[in-house]
Design a protein around this ligand. Structure first.
Ligand code: SDX
Length: 429
């Protein structure tokens, strides 16, 4: 086994730490015995160079712009697969046979309804509540509905919780939208595909039939594939950490939704469209690029940059193509797409962005497609959450089944006061 030598253990001698190698990507220095041998912790705010687990689900090569799910390139899955098939792959490790796929689709389809009591939860929210706040509340509340399957050490219980979450997220999301716009909830239909069902629950009304556009259903399915999983991102790491304590799986996914909401993470798709609306015309682009480069200005170019990708996010490439397809299908001459394309061109020629390897990420184009499909901006991150649920659940399941995993409990570099005596209030200045 490769070793990593380090000087400075407690008695000043050199120590050797094991180096572990995976299938692809960087090897890791196993520091589990570092404190015992040296009295030192590692220090890595934001975990920029820290591996939190071993995982076989998703591989990202940030330098090359590569994204593999169980070894399959995202570009191929987006073009040739569908979201439920990718979900099966993420959860089980292999693409399903036709009978396995048919059984999985049947199982998920027949879990899409929520308990009728769930309907009443929405009434506790203001109609104008942000749908991500509603999602956190309602998904977390599922923990109160399924006491029959919360023994997470039981593989069957883990499977049923996974299927329920994957199946019910679109229903809960569409109900949040209907509650927001004051329309009646629309029940799922078992004759529709996953993406078709979501569009149906979002836009159907009791007064007339709702015709699903095949182009929009395919675009929605592709958006779900592109957002399904992404290694140890912030929200997935949250789900793993929450799950490591043995917490209820529905509560863990609610924690993931909360993390995804941030504008630095999944909330960026909403922020991109707000930014493009703020820019308003191509003539204003240079002013905003200047703001993004100004260290004294907190403004960042939303949809640009990534902790791992230092090349074009492969998902953004597929998203840009899908954007053109949907806008063409809808016959929309989209000013915002023109601004986005011009902004991308200018940024990718600007040395500030080139030197920092800031490229468009998955969020840069997704909002434009969702806007064109009539989905309100504040629902964009909700759709990201629908897609990422299968990634969160697959990673949660892998963590529970990993014999090396234990409760997550990081340490720190303490910078506070040394021990000091209590001061009675009358003696405080
Ligand atoms: C997602 O982790 C994942 O995998 C996430 C995700 C997933 O699928 O789960 O891919 C989904 O969250 C995509 C990212 C969406 N967020 C945004 O688009 C928000 C805008 N982007 C940034 O906030 C930023 O790029 C991050 C948060 C995405 C990454 O930040 P890092 O890795 O902490 O990088 P950094 O802040 O250290 O930036 C490095 C430099 C800094 O400048 P200097 O200090 O070197 O002078 O680049 C600058 C930053 O100021 N910079 C930007 C910028 N992003 C980074 N400057 C202007 N605009 C930007 N968008």
């Amino acid at each position: 086994m490769t070793k990593f030598s380090l000087s400075g253990n407690k008695s000043g001698e050199n120590i050797e730490l094991p180096v572990l190698s995976g299938t692809l990507g960087p090897s890791v220095i196993d520091v589990r015995n570092l404190y015992a041998q040296t009295g030192h912790f590692t220090y890595d705010p934001g975990f920029t160079a820290t591996g939190s687990c071993a995982s076989s689900i998703t591989y990202i090569d940030g330098e090359e712009g590569v994204l593999l799910h169980r070894g399959y390139p995202i570009e191929e899955l987006a073009e040739k697969s569908d979201f439920l098939e990718v979900s099966y792959l993420l959860l089980n490790g292999e693409l399903p046979t036709s009978s396995e796929k048919e059984k999985f689709e049947y199982t998920i389809t027949h879990h899409t309804m929520v308990h009728e009591q769930i309907n009443y939860l929405y009434r506790g929210f203001r109609r104008d509540a942000h749908p991500m706040a509603v999602m956190i509340g309602v998904v977390g509340a599922l923990a109160a509905f399924y006491h029959d399957a919360t023994d997470i050490q039981d593989p069957y219980h883990r499977m049923i919780a996974s299927h329920r979450l994957l199946a019910k997220m679109p229903t809960i999301a569409a109900m949040a939208y209907k509650y927001n716009v004051g329309q009646p909830f629309v029940y799922p239909r078992n004759d529709l595909t996953y993406a078709e069902n979501f569009l149906h629950m979002m836009f159907a009304v009791p007064c007339e039939d709702y015709e699903i556009s095949p182009v929009q259903a395919r675009a929605m399915d592709r958006i779900l594939i592109l957002h399904a999983d992404h290694e140890q991102n912030a929200s997935t790491s949250t789900v793993r950490l929450a799950g490591s304590s043995g917490a209820n799986p529905y509560a863990c996914i609610a924690a993931g939704i909360a993390t995804l909401w941030g504008p630095a993470h999944g909330g960026a798709n909403e922020a991109v469209v707000q930014m493009l609306e703020q820019i308003g015309s191509k003539e204003n682009i240079s002013e905003f690029v200047k703001k993004a480069k100004d260290k004294d200005d907190p403004f960042r170019l939303m949809g640009f940059g990534h902790r791992v990708y230092k090349n074009y996010d492969p998902r953004a490439k597929v998203m840009r193509q899908t954007c053109h397809e949907v806008l063409e299908d809808l016959g929309i001459d989209n000013t915002m797409l023109d601004i986005a394309m011009e902004l991308e061109k200018i940024a990718l020629e600007d040395e500030y962005f080139v030197n920092r390897k800031l490229y468009p990420n998955v969020d840069f184009y997704s909002g434009l497609i969702l806007s064109a499909m009539g989905i309100p901006t504040h629902l964009f991150t909700v759709i990201f959450a629908i897609a990422r649920t299968v990634g969160w659940v697959a990673q949660w399941k892998e963590m529970i089944e990993d014999p090396e995993q234990k409760i997550g409990r990081p340490r720190q570099l303490y910078t506070g006061p040394s021990s000091r005596p209590y001061i009675p209030i009358e003696k405080r200045s």
